[in-house]
Design a protein around this ligand. Structure first.
Ligand code: BES
Ligand code: ZN
Ligand code: ZN
Length: 491
């Protein structure tokens, strides 16, 4: 987990490297700058520089200039990203801690700066013998800010822990994390955060006739699992629970519709990023004690072409009794999600959100910059979620679920088939899921941003934990922490 500690301080006279968050004008007198330094700072600000560094022996003081002309969520993302430039400075200095001073007196801005510093520091190096070049940082981030409340800082620490855990889950290979292993990690997170966990084993999954999950699991040597997470604090404000469903394909070979190895199968350990997002979300919800009732569902298995694997053309019967003609065994995510969707009816949910690395088509459409979303009977919820997307920079793009697309899923011999045609693959996957939905629902296809092949600022290579910050922000605002949030009618 993170070793970086977050602490509030009322003292700016620490002998630490300092990062001063300020606007174009600010009262720098407290920092003991010489006249020459002040005039240097003035010229740099006039030149519209955003980061001004003053080196002092083995340490430094720097100013991060926030441009209030930038759009508001844009300011947050700028501050998260500036961590990329601050890190080398912190690592080179002899201290491994840093003082962050908020001259803007704006908690949201200083939180974004600290968030970027922590998230940028993530490494997945547990399998390396030598952790060569391991940075000195993390240490402690001391935050000086009048408007920042202690609980906001605690919550940031919890959220960053959740992001780290979620990234770790995605980065673990199948050799170290199969479906069973995933439940063991979920169990550790449940104990640490205080949510409850029930795991349905193969027998229970069979007795509940989860035909989609069982079909995908047939080519595997490991049993499937179906995890049920629940966060139900003594006091909660939603009448009907939220249900979050995460795709837990711990490895996707494609099954008998085998994927090509190069550039396609090789990173398919990340096909459980939806599950990892739900796991991270529950850790953060429970650990920070948000007053909402939420249920998480994680169907999990690997998708392999073993001797007993389903073959293209097979017909399977799903949990809700629908028959599905499986024309492509690589379209497996929708099969396990459909069972979870119909299972969720038993909770009479106010809103169901599924998170899944579902289609290459979503990834082709928006790349790593966004999540493809679809929704049914959830306009108001979607608006709020979209807002959270801009706020957290985990942005959403809404795709349509027009009726005509349903045609593409028609089967000659079963109720529905599991693939559409050549085009609109993300949408036909959404249409498939919609067949199993009878409640307000949002579908998030995170295939693009879930796993990064190169670093993007504070999002490192590998698992990005996309969804954790988005969904946590959405629920935190719903929880009434944000006065501007209006609860959708009928919830
Ligand atoms: N897990 C993949 C989708 C995926 C692709 C995720 C690339 C991340 C990056 C999914 O199970 C899949 O294979 N989908 C197929 C569906 C097709 C066979 C209809 C796809 O998108 O190609
Ligand atoms: Zn697949
Ligand atoms: Zn998949």
């Amino acid at each position: 987990m993170i070793q970086t500690r977050l602490e509030k301080t009322n003292d700016i006279a620490h002998d630490l490297p300092a990062v001063i968050l300020t606007g174009r004008t600010g009262d720098f007198s407290r920092f003991g700058f010489s006249d020459r330094e002040l005039s240097y700072i003035k010229t740099r600000i006039e030149k519209k520089e955003e980061l001004i560094v003053l080196h002092r022996l083995s340490t430094f003081v720097c100013l991060v200039i926030n441009d209030s002309a930038r759009s508001f969520p844009g300011q947050l993302e700028f501050l998260r990203n500036i961590s990329g430039k601050l890190h080398p400075l912190i690592n080179e200095s002899e201290d491994n801690s840093v003082l962050v001073v908020d001259l803007e007196d704006n908690a949201e801005l200083v939180i974004a700066l600290a968030e970027g510093l922590i998230l940028n520091n993530y490494r997945f190096d547990k399998y390396r013998k030598k952790t060569e070049g391991r940075d000195g940082f993390p240490g402690t981030i001391m935050v000086y800010s009048d408007s920042l409340k202690n609980d906001a800082l605690d919550r940031l620490g919890i959220l960053c822990d959740a992001v780290y855990m979620s990234r770790n889950l995605v980065n673990e290979p199948l050799s170290h994390l199969n479906a069973q292993g995933l439940t063991e990690e979920l169990s550790k997170m449940a104990v640490a955060a205080g949510f409850s966990l029930e795991v349905l084993d193969r027998e229970k999954i069979e007795s509940h006739q989860m035909g989609g999950l069982l079909a995908v699991n047939r080519g595997s040597i490991d049993p499937p699992t179906f995890s049920i997470l629940e966060w139900k604090p003594d006091h909660f404000i939603n009448e009907k629970p939220f249900v979050f469903i995460g795709k837990g394909i711990v490895y996707d070979t494609g099954g008998l519709s085998l994927k090509p190895t190069a550039n396609s199968m090789d990173y398919m350990k990340s096909d459980m990023a939806g599950a990892a997002a739900v796991a991270g979300l529950f850790y953060a919800l429970a650990k920070s004690g948000l007053p909402v009732h939420a249920i998480g569902l994680i169907p999990a298995t690997d998708n392999r072409p073993g001797g007993n694997a389903i073959v293209p053309g097979d017909i399977i019967t799903m949990h809700d009794g629908t028959s599905v003609e499986v024309m492509n065994t690589d379209a497996e995510g929708r099969l396990i999600l459909a069972d979870a969707l119909s299972w969720s009816i038993r909770y009479n949910p106010g809103l169901v959100i599924d998170v899944a690395t579902l289609t290459g088509s979503a990834s082709a459409a928006v790349g790593t910059q966004g999540t493809v979303a679809m929704q049914k009977s959830a306009d108001h919820w979607y608006q709020a979620l979209e807002e959270s997307g801009y706020y957290t920079h985990e942005r959403l793009v809404l795709f349509p679920l027009w009726e005509e697309y349903r045609e593409m899923l028609k089967s000659e011999i079963a109720d529905i088939k599991n693939i559409g045609g050549k085009y609109a693959g993300a949408i036909t996957a959404g249409k498939f899921l919609e067949h199993f939905v009878s409640f307000p629902w949002i579908h998030l296809d995170i295939a693009g941003p879930a796993y990064l092949h190169s670093e993007e600022g504070y999002r490192k290579k590998g698992g990005s934990a996309v969804g954790v910050r988005l969904l946590f922000d959405f629920i935190a605002k719903y929880s009434g922490k944000d006065k501007n949030y209006s609860v959708p009618a009928g919830s």
